[in-house]
Design a protein around this ligand. Structure first.
Ligand code: GLC
Ligand code: CA
Length: 551
């Protein structure tokens, strides 16, 4: 458990290592590059880093298929480079959290290789089942990435379960030996000085007894069966009791479909919490149905409902993790904002969540308003899930329509290398980049934005600085105003010292904003806005403002 809940004062920066910064010229982002950029991250006002997986991995799912949990991949610089980054971060007062991916391992992991050969004690480390007499799969669940959740292993003569890619075999968490392995991994990193974990799809680790068929879900069968399974709380409690409670660390659980009510079963501070925070998915669903591939027009009221729901329902009980971007979703400027108003909407989106109550996370490139990537050929996509979507889903649709689905929905849209400068390869590498660079790097890059006081980058710095200075942002009351508006998101924060009013316009139109009653703008101090000149209460495209009244 984090002593004094230190994570409540932090702003985290998420690094997706392959695309952050290449430090040795081989085209792949690495820890040398991270080391070079520690001061940059710190300069944003960020004082925590979440690393997406850095471990050795065949890279089928860009590192989320781990083949060795207690090591750092050579391509990222190995353990020495990691220790240097860890020390460098700590010297700068920054915390470091790792990705813990224990729902599954790579099929190249030694445990799997031994398990398929029935070598003890690994025989039951995974979820193996014989074929049914009628030749059917053990159950009807789908993999979230490709096809069915079962693949036949010739060597063992049984099926194994994989909720993600074929090469990501699900661990059998019901086996106490597997849970001991997890604890070993946790202690290894915590003893080294790591400050906590982001726990990958952790709510999937307990499968229901007998692995029954899913009889309800038409699409994506299984998810309601294996999410928040019967022993989940028990296992998380065990990890907490045996490991986390003995360290000054934080835990952040990723959970698709989690609701505030569910989350509170694990994070209620007044009721033996076993985790600190959740990554919820609801705020990502304002322009889609369940997954980004089922794209729909952006619906601000849907977004506001989920923002406010999480703010209100956790209030006084649990702590929110706040984010708008990560490596699993396309870029927000292109989704909830506007590429035409890249600068304005990039800034507005920052304000839409940075003044809420919780611990904010910023995903690499978000701070300069990076946008989606529009490759002309589906073969240019790298992501396993994206490729499956193109080649196997909705195949009757025209190639143009299918490509458009990827533009709107692919995770690769947010995985192009960070645009550091207008130089070759966006300054990401001196070699050949492992992946495509977004063509707009000459217009959107860190170096240019450093020089421009009005850039998205410098706006993020100001907003983060403000959030750290303002007492009401950390602990004040949250209230949403004008809920019915489909153009503006208006919220206030208030404590005994001050009151803030925050407005975010989500429209390309210039429009009149009705100031909520009880807020007299004439006596307010304007702390932040994304336009030079304000026009009364008429808001320009994607305008945002933060007002304050000191009590
Ligand atoms: C999580 C990760 C995602 C990964 C998946 C399987 O959702 O964020 O990137 O592909 O789990 O590990
Ligand atoms: Ca490299």
């Amino acid at each position: 458990m984090a002593i004094n809940n230190w994570y409540k004062d932090k702003v985290f920066y998420q690094i997706w290592p392959r695309s952050f910064k290449d430090g040795n010229g081989d085209g792949m982002g690495d820890l040398y590059g991270v080391y070079e950029k520690l001061d940059y991250i710190k300069s944003l006002g960020c004082d925590g880093i979440w690393f997406s997986p850095l471990y050795p991995s065949p890279g089928i799912d860009c590192g989320y298929d781990i083949s060795d949990y207690m090591n750092i991949a050579e391509e990222f610089g190995g353990m020495d480079a990691f220790k240097k980054v860890l020390d460098g971060a700590h010297e700068r007062g920054m915390k470091v959290i790792m990705d813990l991916v224990v729902n599954h391992t790579s099929d190249q992991h030694e445990w799997f290789q031994k398990s398929r050969r029935r070598i003890e004690p690994y025989t039951d480390y995974y979820i193996w089942r014989p074929a049914k007499p009628n030749g059917k799969l053990p159950n009807n669940w789908d993999s979230l990435f490709e096809g069915k959740a079962w693949t036949w292993d010739e060597m063992r003569g049984e099926y194994y379960m994989h909720l993600f890619a074929i090469q990501q075999a699900d661990l059998n968490m019901d086996n106490p030996l597997v849970r001991e392995e997890v604890k070993k991994i946790l202690r290894f990193w915590l003893d080294m000085g790591v400050d906590g974990f982001r726990e990958d799809v952790i709510t999937f680790i307990s499968k229901p007894e007998g692995l029954p068929d899913d009889k309800l879900m038409p699409a994506s069968k299984g998810i309601f069966m294996f999410n928040h399974g019967p022993h989940l709380h028990e296992y998380l409690e065990e990890f907490h009791r045996d490991v986390f409670s003995k360290y000054d660390c934080m835990t952040l659980a990723e959970s698709p479909l989690v609701t505030p009510k569910k989350a509170l079963e694990y994070i209620d501070e007044n009721n033996n919490p076993v985790l600190d925070m959740f990554i919820q998915f609801e705020t990502q669903e304002a322009d889609s149905f369940m997954t980004d591939y089922y794209h729909m027009p952006f619906n601000l009221r849907k977004l506001k409902r989920s923002y406010t729901k999480w703010q209100e329902k956790l209030d006084g009980k649990g702590w929110n993790m706040l984010y708008i971007e990560n490596h699993d979703h396309p870029r927000m400027v292109s989704r909830y904002g506007s590429e035409r108003f890249q600068k304005e909407s990039g800034k507005m989106l920052a304000v839409s969540y940075l003044f809420q109550k919780g611990t904010p996370f910023i995903y690499q490139g978000q701070e300069i308003g990076m946008t989606n990537w529009y490759p002309s050929d589906p073969e240019m996509y790298e992501d396993v899930q994206t490729r499956w979507q193109y080649f196997n889903v909705a195949t009757k649709k025209s190639p143009e329509k299918r490509l458009k689905r990827l533009w709107d929905g692919s995770r690769d849209s947010a995985r192009t290398p960070v645009q550091w400068s207008a130089e070759e390869n966006a300054g990401f590498t001196t070699g050949t980049p492992w992946f495509y660079i977004n063509e707009n790097y000459k217009d959107i890059n860190v170096a240019d934005q450093e020089k421009d006081e009005n850039s998205v980058l410098n706006f993020y710095r100001r907003a983060i600085k403000l959030r750290k200075e303002l007492s009401s942002v950390k602990n004040g009351n949250y209230k949403e105003h004008g809920k019915m508006s489909s153009s503006f998101y208006t919220y206030s924060r208030e404590d005994d010292r001050e009151k803030l009013l925050i407005v975010c316009s989500f429209t390309e139109k210039t429009k009149k904003w009705s100031v909520p009653s009880g807020f007299d703008l004439a006596s307010a101090e304007l702390l932040l806005s994304n336009y030079d000149k304000l026009d009364g209460t008429t808001l320009k495209p994607y305008e945002t403002r933060v007002y304050r009244w000191v009590k």
